[in-house]
Design a protein around this ligand. Structure first.
Ligand code: XMP
Length: 513
């Protein structure tokens, strides 16, 4: 069956993932590639259309990423957004300069041309702007499609060549009818088919996995979270007994997790599941380690060592399946190819040793978490797994700031258990993307039963989010916070203070390390 793909070329915008989501919401598959992608690589994707993202640069700056003109030879419609529009205009011979006035936030936009991009839209819409540069001169063959009081060329296009640019951001919800503009680009201009759906993804992946695995066997790292559990069930459907799931207890899991995971899989599936208790190994390796990236790398390496040891005992094991998601890939790989933009090494991407012998199978590498949750539902996984909050691969180690040891693990595990229990009792668990406890590397003075205490502080982190890429701190009701604080301080030995984290992502991240 025909399946169209939209190629999104990333120039470093904070909104690039949002563009990918919007396109998929319109049921067309999309992939994001960095601006360094070559024409040959792009050709392999066979894009039906190309979208150029925004970015932090100015086109006239030395070293600013430019649009490779060869992409225009692919002869597919192109939509440039913000910086993407400016490089498109520059590549076609127009002029972009710094504007006198910065335009940021809502701007009323008048539409001058109702064909193509703005088909069926009203005369005026509210658009979301975020730019300091603007087009001064249009390239030959281009015309103006819309304007605002501050921006003469708020959108431009060459309908004949199917090249379009918008200064505003149609992908953010603040642009009124932005989704309609993207829809016009996909369906009126680019002739895309709206037939991407997750059910097809499941059946296609089953075929792809079968073919890729061939005569080999697969080891699957099962953590009990939604990604690896869904991956395991999908793989079982694809290759049955050729799959061996390994559930590693790294000593960094939540309270009761080992029993819960083993029970869910024993009760529901006939999966070949092997439990490895390696907690001592991990905790020993983490002794004295404080640096968050070092912790992540150590844990990632230890996991791989265990999987390779297990692989030796599983004849013909050639592959390792991991539940890597799209945001893990994006956040672990530096945008500019240097180390500066790598935010964290998510252990299932950045933490893998180069020498790893097993080849990777990552069926969800292109998907967002909510898409994986839908797949879990399609595959009939129990709600306790489908709705489980994300839990990072490196586990509680990245929620203990400073050294990880058994004593600190016990404090955090108990605090986290109490917190989750109260949140569930309050009926709030499903309201949040995540809510968890973090053990801080400080002690502070308190008073208990007339005695001075000098003990640990625990932070509560609660966020709402759509895909973990951006997040708001959650406004947990004060009475619930009071109950949590009271219960933790009373029940967990070694804690005399509980604080609440009120930082959003960005600029903070969800996990503290
Ligand atoms: P951050 O802290 O980067 O987290 O804002 C974004 C989301 O990813 C989860 N996370 C991880 N998941 N392996 C994972 O599978 C990891 O190494 C990892 N680190 C963070 C985090 O819990 C949040 O949902």
């Amino acid at each position: 069956m025909r399946k169209d793909t939209v190629l999104i070329i990333d120039f470093g915008s904070q909104y690039t993932q949002l563009i990918a989501r919007r396109v998929r919401e319109l049921r067309v598959f999309s992939v994001v590639k960095p601006y360094t992608i070559t024409k040959a690589e792009a050709e392999k994707i066979k894009p039906k259309a190309i979208i150029l993202s925004g970015g932090p640069h100015s086109v006239y700056q030395k070293g600013a990423p430019a649009l490779k003109k060869e992409f225009l030879k692919l002869k597919v419609p192109v939509l440039g957004i913000c910086y993407g529009m400016q490089i498109l205009v520059q590549a076609k011979g127009g002029l972009v300069k710094e504007s006198k006035k910065r335009e940021y936030g809502h701007a009323k936009m008048q539409i001058d041309n109702h064909q193509d991009l703005f088909f069926s839209l009203p005369k005026e819409i509210s658009s979301w702007m975020s730019h300091t540069d603007q087009i001064i001169e249009l390239p030959g063959g281009f015309e103006r499609f819309s304007h605002t009081a501050n921006t003469k060329f708020a959108s431009v296009g060459n309908s004949k060549k199917k090249l379009y640019g918008v200064q505003f951001h149609p992908e953010v919800i603040h642009t009124e009818l932005g989704i309609q503009i993207i829809s016009n680009f996909l369906f009126r201009i680019s002739d895309c088919f709206a037939n991407w759906q997750l059910e097809d993804f499941v059946s296609e992946q089953i075929k792809v996995i079968k073919k890729k695995v061939g005569k080999g066997n697969v080891i699957c790292g099962l953590s009990g979270g939604v990604d690896s559990s869904t991956g395991a069930v999908l793989l079982q459907k694809a290759i049955g007994k050729k799959l061996k799931c390994i559930f590693v207890n790294n000593g960094l899991l939540q309270k009761g997790e080992v029993k819960r995971v083993l029970k869910v899989f024993k009760d529901n599936y006939k999966i070949n599941l092997h439990y490895v208790n390696a907690s001592g190994r991990f905790i020993k390796k983490l002794k004295g380690v404080i640096d968050p990236e070092k912790k992540r790398k150590i844990i990632g390496h230890e996991f791989i060592d265990i999987f390779e040891e297990e692989a030796k005992q599983f004849k013909n094991a050639k592959f390792l399946m991991q539940g890597t998601l799209y945001p893990d890939v994006i956040e672990s790989i530096s945008f500019f190819g240097g180390p500066t933009a790598c935010i964290k090494s998510h252990h299932n991407v950045g933490g893998l040793p180069d020498k790893m012998k097993l080849k990777l199978i990552e069926p969800f590498r292109d998907l967002f978490k909510d898409e994986v949750r839908k797949i879990a539902q399609i595959l009939d996984l129990p709600d306790t797994i489908v709705n489980r909050h994300p839990f990072p691969g490196p586990g509680l180690a990245v929620r203990i700031l400073g050294e990880v040891n058994r004593e600190r693990l016990k404090i955090l595990r108990e605090s986290d258990y109490i917190l989750e229990k109260i949140i569930k009792q309050a009926g709030l668990y499903d309201h949040y993307w995540q809510i968890f406890a973090v053990l801080l590397p400080i002690r502070s003075v308190g008073v208990m039963g007339d005695k001075r205490t000098y003990e640990n502080a625990v932070a509560i982190r609660a966020v709402t989010s759509l895909d973990g890429m951006t997040a708001d701190w959650a406004k947990v009701p004060q009475d619930v916070l009071a109950r949590i604080s009271n219960a933790i301080i009373n029940k967990v030995r070694g804690v005399n203070r509980v604080v609440f984290d009120i930082s959003s992502k960005p600029p903070a991240t969800i996990e503290w390390e």
